[in-house]
Design a protein around this ligand. Structure first.
Ligand code: GTR
Length: 327
């Protein structure tokens, strides 16, 4: 066969997918969690399903443990197109996305089911539309459970326990205001640096969900975990618009399907991963204060003061009231 003939033959094979591995397009996925974290497991499923659905045309390369930088960097990279896919928490997007600001308000959701219903409705569409204006495509939301406070020397049970405490927060004005309202001092530290901040005595506490509390090792420094469950801010999987536009319509469909499947997979595993984290924390010496041991009413009163700052117009007030009233 002539060279030109072989070329056409190879092209034909590539089009049928038989040459797919040679033709595979690598998609880097920025993740701050290490392997073994429930989120990374969901991303592994996303990668394997996407490879299957595209017969090897798209290969996701999970850059875990913040190899590509912290979450703030990921959020920037996905918007400017320097990273293909990122998984971040909506709590870190509040400076740019008003709906993320509203989602971060304390005590907004009563349960995971409540949060999922809200995300599945008009509010979820609003988040998607606001995010997509910034140059990122929303692929899926993931569970992040409820976040609670944990501290090094004494447990938080009531509002006055915050006095004088330096509490690590994500770089979010909502969280900073919450801690100040409660009487503590917010300290912004990126996730990967929290253990260092604990070991240097720069912070007295932090807040997170149980799987992250344990997988990060924070429980080894801050052994009092007070289940106040002050916020439930979901995780989000995003693709840069720049990368999205290089995909064929069929590949885009495969990306959306694989992302939805990975989110459903994680939803199924979430409760179990919380239970495992709780058991591990207890086994390794953490003292867990159950919800009824934390005097929520005192804390809630201060937390809701934050609402008045972030719910700034009647439309958003309507949205928040709808969420609070919805089943
Ligand atoms: C985790 C979340 C991360 C990050 C982290 C943090 O639970 O999965 O995306 O937001 O909390 O507190 O910085």
């Amino acid at each position: 066969m002539s060279r030109r003939g072989w070329g056409a033959f190879a092209l034909g094979l590539a089009m049928t997918g038989l040459f797919s591995s040679a033709e595979a397009k690598d998609l880097a996925l920025a993740e701050i969690h290490p392997p073994g974290h429930i989120i990374v497991k969901a991303e592994e499923l996303f990668a394997s399903r996407l490879a299957e659905l595209t017969r090897g045309e798209l290969a996701v390369n999970i850059k875990h443990s913040a190899q590509l930088g912290n979450e703030e960097k990921s959020w920037e990279s996905v918007r400017n197109g320097s990273v293909d896919v990122v998984r971040i928490n909506l709590g870190g997007m509040v400076k740019d996305i008003q709906s993320a600001r509203l989602l971060s308000l304390p005590y907004l959701f009563r349960s995971r089911e409540h949060m999922w219903r809200v995300l599945g409705g008009d509010f979820g569409k609003r988040v998607k539309a606001e995010v997509e204006k910034t140059g990122a495509v929303v692929l899926a939301y993931y569970d992040s459970g409820a976040r609670s406070f944990y501290t090094t020397h004494k447990p938080i049970q009531k509002r006055s326990d915050f006095n004088g405490l330096r509490i690590r927060v994500q770089d979010s004005p909502v969280y900073k205001d919450l801690i100040s309202e409660l009487g503590g001092t917010p300290v912004v530290v990126s996730y990967e640096k929290v253990n260092e901040a604990f070991s240097k005595g720069e912070i007295d506490g932090a807040e997170n969900n149980l799987p992250s509390y344990v997988s990060s090792g924070h429980h080894q420094y801050a052994r009092y975990y007070s289940m106040d469950e002050h916020s439930s801010v979901p995780e989000i999987l995003l693709m840069s618009k720049k990368s999205w536009d290089t995909l064929t319509a069929e590949q885009q469909k495969a990306v959306t399907t694989a992302a939805a499947e990975s989110s459903a997979y994680m939803k199924k595993l979430w409760a179990e991963s919380e239970a495992q984290a709780l058991a591990k924390a207890r086994k390794e010496g953490a003292v867990i204060l159950e919800k009824h041991q934390v005097y929520l009413s005192g804390i809630e009163t201060y937390a809701v003061k934050v609402y008045s700052k972030y719910v700034t117009n009647s439309e958003d007030l309507g949205v928040i009231l709808d969420i609070l009233r919805s089943e």
